[in-house]
Design a protein around this ligand. Structure first.
Ligand code: PLP
Length: 355
């Protein structure tokens, strides 16, 4: 049975991406590859609404590596950071800070709840060097109000570091309008490429910090990436084929208009959520991202059991949760090469299982 992916990543890829994946990786210390990287940088900055003078850094690692690099290069000795923790990915920022001895405070939200406006306004951001947030907390599907958080950071002069790995292209994100200094994303989510490539988009303040910093890391010292990146190169071997896939994907997204993919994703999410009417499923987050729909069975069914049945009986792969939410939640992705018909197939299967 051919499986259909409604996952949180890797997601269903587009034919152009798959085609590039089947080709020989070229040697990369060449003029052509440099040009490809520089073009990709300008397109990615445009897609993210990055301010003038922003830079892209390509890292050969998964999104968590890019989270670590973003933090290490922005934070110096004595700096204290604030982390919004609504689930596993917020906790990951805490774990990164703990490992590196970075002082932090965490705002712990109950799972599935976003931060209310008054809660954001009451953050004492002036006490912190940086605010770290996952735009979309993928473990529960909840979206945060980046615009309001960014405005609060701007007022306080606090650096705003946003993990948009699962939100980029799905939810509206504009670095300049939202005062985002570092935006983190990764190949295997809505970019719908193979896993293995992550990217950081750095605004002027983050660039200055990365240049000045004496980072306690060899691989993640971004000043080297910034220097080599000026001529479209990287200090170490990049995920060459994934870079070529990114180049093709960024070009087609820029050509179509940056907002089109976000609208497409929003429509898929809306269509799918409407099709669940009457099923014993509760939308878990109070403010959902367009990237996925996190659902809680209300009839006592195990969410993990539903995941297993969808896969074994129908070849439809949704995303199970782990840990304490294993039997409570499953997540349906709307990222990548999916159509309304694919999501209809999934809601029909859910009806068969649950009714
Ligand atoms: C997927 C994801 C990451 C990266 O996870 P990796 O397993 O390292 O690729 C980081 N943040 C969020 C919010 C994610 O959804």
């Amino acid at each position: 049975m051919k499986e259909r992916l409604f996952t949180a990543g890797p997601v269903a890829m587009f034919p152009d991406t798959l085609y590039i994946g089947g080709q020989q990786s070229p040697y990369f210390r060449t003029e052509e590859f440099s040009r490809t990287v520089l073009e990709t940088e300008s397109w990615m900055c445009a897609l993210a609404g990055a301010p003038a003078e922003s830079r892209m850094v390509l890292l050969t690692c998964s999104g968590s590596g890019a989270m670590e690099a973003a933090v290490l290069n922005a934070v110096g000795p004595g700096d204290r950071v604030l982390i919004i923790v609504g689930g596993d990915f917020g906790q990951r920022f805490c774990d990164i800070c703990t490992v590196h001895g970075i002082a932090f405070d965490a705002i712990r939200l109950s799972p599935g709840h976003t931060m209310a406006a008054e809660q954001i306004e009451s953050l004492a951001l002036e006490n912190y060097h940086a605010l770290l947030v996952n735009a979309h907390e993928t473990s529960t599907g909840v979206l945060y109000d980046l615009m309001r958080l960014g405005q609060a950071c701007a007022r306080a002069g606090t650096l705003f570091i946003v993990d948009a790995v699962s939100s980029f292209l799905c939810d509206p994100i504009h670095m300049q309008q939202m005062s985002i200094d570092t935006l983190i994303t990764s190949s295997q989510k809505a970019l719908a490429l193979e896993p293995g490539l992550s990217l950081l988009l750095l605004g002027p303040r983050s660039i200055a910090l990365a240049r000045a910093g004496k980072v306690q890391s060899h691989y993640f010292a971004l000043n080297r990436y910034l220097a080599d990146g000026q001529r479209g190169q990287t200090p170490f071997t990049p995920a060459v084929t994934v870079v070529l896939q990114l180049h093709q994907r960024a070009r087609s997204l820029v050509t179509a208009g940056a907002r089109l993919e976000t609208t497409r994703c929003a429509q898929l999410a809306h269509h799918f959520r409407a099709s669940l009417n009457g099923l014993p499923l509760r939308m878990f987050p109070d403010l959902p991202s367009n990237a996925l729909t996190a659902l809680q069975p209300t009839d006592g069914c195990s969410a993990f059991e539903i995941f297993q049945q969808l896969r074994s009986r129908f070849g439809l792969v949704v995303t199970p949760n782990g840990g304490s939410l294993k039997h409570t939640l499953f997540r349906v992705g709307h990222m990548g090469n999916l159509s309304h018909a694919d999501l209809d197939q999934l809601s029909d299967a859910l009806k068969e299982i649950m009714q």
